[in-house]
Design a protein around this ligand. Sequence first.
Ligand code: FRU
Length: 468
Amino acid sequence: MSEHALLKKALLNATRSMTQAKNDGYRPGWHLSPLVGLLNDPNGFIQFAGQYHLFYQWNPLACAHGAKWWGHWRSDDLVNWQNEPVALLPGDVYDSHGCYSGSAVDDNGTLSLLYTGNVKFAQGRTAWQCLATVDDAGEVTKAGPVIGLPEGYTGHVRDPKVWRHGEHWYMVLGAQNLQQQGKVLLYRGDTLQQWTLLGEIAGSHLNGLGEFGYMWECPDLFALGEQDVLVFCPQGLPAQAQRWLNTHQSGYVIGQLDYSKAAYQHGDFHELDLGFEFYAPQTTLGDDGRRLLFGWVGMPDENEFYDPTREQGWMHIMSCPRELRLVEGRLYQQPVDELKSLRGAHQRLEGRADSLAITDVAQAELVISAEGSWQADFGGAMLLSCDESGLRLRRQNRRTGETETRYWSGQVRQLQILCDRSSLEIFVNDGEATLTSRYFPAEEHTLRWQGSGELRVDHWQLQSIMLV
Ligand code: FRU
């Protein structure tokens, strides 16, 4: 379809669905969400010339996956955002079936995007890694493919994450080899146009991992302290009793990248988030040295199309922006400090859980310290239980109606819960673990406290953000 025809279709969908989508009670007040249509991965997250840019996988034509566009937001503070011109539309021979995920870099003062051109044929698919540049007005010029499909891999090679190290550019790509094993490929570039494949640095059957999934999506490799962290999304890990319970996982390993040998030694895989929906996260390095992360609060190939917002013409949200730290060999995540600017009216609740007043959690932040066992019932749609063994999060599967549970084991010292209409982000012990999920309460957004545990709860109403 021509760009002109695509834009007409998108405008028609926006005109028809916008009012309904905007007024939906499940629409977040302070998280980023698409005007209409379906949002998935965060892309091109960067602080460039002082301002944050966040691009995103977007199908503005329908609540479905398909030939993705890149939407674009810009911000001074990671909290309030402004819409920028749509960055990438599919339709060229090298991205006919979608401008898939990728990243942004500052190439000597030029904001440059590296993304995957997804191309499907009657029999199969191929992928091109493509370059585009953004001007000051947010207008994007495509420069076309810079990497074709490497030999020995299926058409599933995608999601370039690019960074600068010394004199060179480096890129990691998610890939599937011909034996259906998920891998991460490392490339080196003299320029953003000229790339050399250095080899596989991680994957199924590498670095002692054994069989570890048929595809790895959205790799992101970055230095944090003295370590090199590889974040990625392996597909095909079999569910275990209390872990790897989502259809696909999103997690990390920690190690050392030897640039001279293109070799990466790493330790065990850890899930990045233990909730029901969290996928395809992407990080960037802020000017102040913080490693920042956004994730997609969604889960592909599962039950996403049973989300009630689909009927209202929009689907999915971004996570809140988070800061990453390494603590004793584990990645900690905390909401960025800037989000405190959203805090409004404050109240303190104290006492036995089942004696506490029903709490409004439509847009709220809770900081909880507790002793004993207690539960928090979020509008009858999500139950959080806390006892000496850790946390359990329960809800009904929206497709099957069955109860499903997610777990964190350990001693809970403190919980921070960010609530926004239809999402919960739970941060355990200052970021030691997170559980991110959507939930769709039938009535009001209220929290009922249960159990005999003694609680101290700080509660703030959270204001809505500006998204202009
Ligand atoms: C992850 C992903 C990426 C791909 C994009 C397409 O959610 O499947 O691998 O580039 O979404 O929208």
